[in-house]
Write a protein that binds this ligand. Structure first.
Ligand SMILES: *Cc1c(COP(=O)(O)O)cnc(C)c1O
Length: 415
């Protein structure tokens, strides 16, 4: 069958050897998947999910039992006091924006301790001028860079002692940078350190791409609030859109009053019939995240053996589902991404080209042959067109489809 996809014999042989070597890693991924599946099932049972929760509301969405119970399930799974899980969030960026505008006030200071946040937050924060940015409302932004992929403990402590910081943002996934993603161990350590110096600062985690990669989530190691997208890990490839904010009850409440209106908060917001899909997505998510991880591990080993610089290495401890490959060559990056598209179920015969995406500074090429527009829990690959010409690949609803996508991309690149 692989030959029908234009994959040559030598590449198939090579992939067989790779699969033998990565077997022990797959076993570990399966164990995490098993644990997280039980965690999800328990939350469904504890909250007595039944057919009636698949109800839908329209209009204001008052008294939406399904929506409210679904949020309780998410809260339990994430170790949160409360959660806001809504289709009214357009994306992860929107949820992060709502959270930041909900928690910060004029004169407040936001401090990122993982360097510059994700590209789409540039205009939200005001790093790039925008009349609706946090900066335009008088919110200050500061950042501390990671040093050799570690938190700069000294600089963080010094800054916290110097003057009031209201919110610390920690972005776990690397975004479009070449740094490593933040593992839960590192997160736990830095949170303890912050708490020793400052008991009050809000610790907010951009948790995009990290859910269910480990058996614990950031709230369980001391974070106050986490934010993520439902067209990434927790949506399990089934949620049609949406995002979540989970954590301390008071913070979730503040966020809800910013998403809807002060005084209305969580009480409104019609589910419009998507609660069943959100719950079903959460139910599938541990297994889908496991498939994405296996696809990433397979790609990592394949491309490392072909001489490319990959991060993480196949046997590294992972914090997220993202695999980066440095091609150091613009054309190879483009060919690889185009190959991912060719291996997709949807739009396999359209060829992606680099373009000026809203919210991003460099041109970006994006391969996404997904059922849900922009969904990156489905196999997808993108790269900003700038040295070292790095592909950021993630997703894979099943390992089999993920593997085919990677093989097709490699074949297309090597010609
Ligand atoms: C995907 C992502 C976001 C949000 O992106 P959307 O495309 O708006 O959902 C934010 N931060 C990180 C680290 C991400 O990976």
């Amino acid at each position: 069958m692989y030959k029908k996809f234009g994959i040559e014999d030598n590449l198939i042989e090579h992939s067989k050897n790779v699969e033998k070597e990565i077997e022990p890693i797959f076993k570990e991924i399966d164990q995490v998947c098993e644990y997280n599946s039980l965690k999800v099932l328990q939350a469904f049972q504890n909250n007595k999910i039944s057919d009636m929760h698949f109800n839908q509301t329209t209009g204001y969405g008052y008294g939406d039992v399904g929506r409210d119970t679904c949020e309780k399930v998410f809260a339990e799974v994430l170790g949160a006091e409360d959660a806001l899980v809504r289709g009214q969030f357009i994306s992860g960026t929107h949820a992060l924006t709502v959270a930041l505008f909900a928690f910060l006030r004029p004169g407040d200071t936001m401090l990122s301790i993982t360097g510059k946040p994700y590209d789409t937050l540039d205009e939200v924060i005001g790093i790039v001028e925008n009349p609706s940015s946090l900066k335009s409302f008088g919110v200050n932004f500061e950042k501390i860079e990671l040093v050799n992929n570690e938190f700069d403990y000294e600089a963080i402590e010094k800054r916290l002692k110097e003057g009031k910081v209201n919110l610390i943002e920690i972005q776990r996934s690397k975004g479009y940078s070449t740094r490593k993603s933040i593992t839960l161990d590192k997160l736990e350590k830095v949170i303890k350190h912050i708490r020793n110096v400052d008991k009050d600062v809000i610790i907010m985690i951009d948790n995009c791409y990290c859910e269910f990669v480990n058996t614990e989530e950031p709230l369980e190691v001391g974070a106050d609030v986490i934010v993520g997208s439902l067209i990434k890990n927790l949506g399990g490839g089934i949620a049609p859109n949406g995002a979540y904010i989970a954590g301390r009850r008071d913070l979730v409440n503040l966020a809800s009053e910013r998403l809807t209106a002060p005084g209305e908060g969580k009480e409104v917001g019609p589910s419009l019939g998507i609660t069943k899909l959100i719950l079903q997505g959460l139910f599938m998510a541990p297994s889908v995240v496991a498939s994405s991880l296996k696809t990433a591990v397979f790609a990592s080993k394949m491309l490392e053996e072909l001489g490319f610089d990959v991060e993480p290495k196949f046997d590294d401890k992972r914090a997220d589902i993202v695999q980066t490959i440095n091609f150091n060559d613009k054309n190879k990056l483009i060919k690889y991404c185009q190959g991912i598209q060719m291996g997709s179920p949807i739009d396999s015969n359209s060829i992606p080209e680099p373009w000026d995406m809203p919210g991003y500074t460099d041109q970006v090429i994006m391969a996404a042959g997904a059922f849900t527009q922009g969904s990156s829990i489905e196999l997808s690959c993108d790269g900003p067109i700038r040295p070292p010409y790095t592909a950021f690949m993630q997703g894979g609803l099943t390992y089999e489809y993920g593997k085919l996508g990677v093989l097709k991309a490699v074949q297309n690149m090597i010609g």
